[in-house]
Design a protein around this ligand. Structure first.
Ligand code: CA2
Length: 145
């Protein structure tokens, strides 16, 4: 069975508490349910995780090699800073989608830079919580192509 790891980076555990105009009103737990329902519907496995710690995200990426078919990552603000996360993704060589709730290219210029885009085959952004099931569909299409 196809299995996808969905990683969420710093501060995404706070979703639904502030800035609903930017990130939507759903909590991360609501988004996890969206992903689990999607997975059930299309008969795949999804493992959904969040950490505020760069090293933990990197450890999970390393461990994803041979354990998952694809990686979907919303690296939060590490998107714009972390060459270490970029290198970790490159090292495991699993198909990766970069995901964001907001459209980072239409926000402050410091958010226009993404290190993840160098190692991802696609990016989905600006669709809020709905971007997560979209990313799952995109990954499954890619894996089945
Ligand atoms: O749009 C996205 O998904 C982001 O990855 C979210 C990150 C941000 O740093 C990226 O530039 C774009 C931040 C998530 C912070 O979430 C909060 C939720 C509630 C209150 C405050 C922050």
């Amino acid at each position: 069975m196809t299995s996808i790891l969905i990683l969420n980076g710093p501060n995404l555990n706070l979703l639904g508490t502030r800035q609903p105009d930017v990130y939507g009103k759903e909590t991360l737990s609501d988004i996890e349910k969206l992903c689990k329902n999607k997975a059930l519907k299309i008969s795949i496995d999804v493992d959904f995780r969040q950490s505020n710690h760069e090293g933990i995200l990197i450890d999970w990426i390393h461990a994803s090699k041979d354990a998952f078919d694809g990686l979907i990552i919303n690296a939060g603000a590490y998107t714009h800073t972390s060459i270490a996360i970029m290198d970790a993704i490159a090292s495991v060589e699993i198909p990766t989608i970069e995901l964001h709730l907001s459209d980072i290219k239409k926000r402050e210029t410091f958010r226009h830079v993404s290190y993840i885009e160098f190692v991802a085959f696609d990016a989905i952004m600006g669709h809020g919580a709905a971007g997560y099931p979209m990313a799952i569909d995109r990954m499954v299409d890619h894996l089945n192509a």
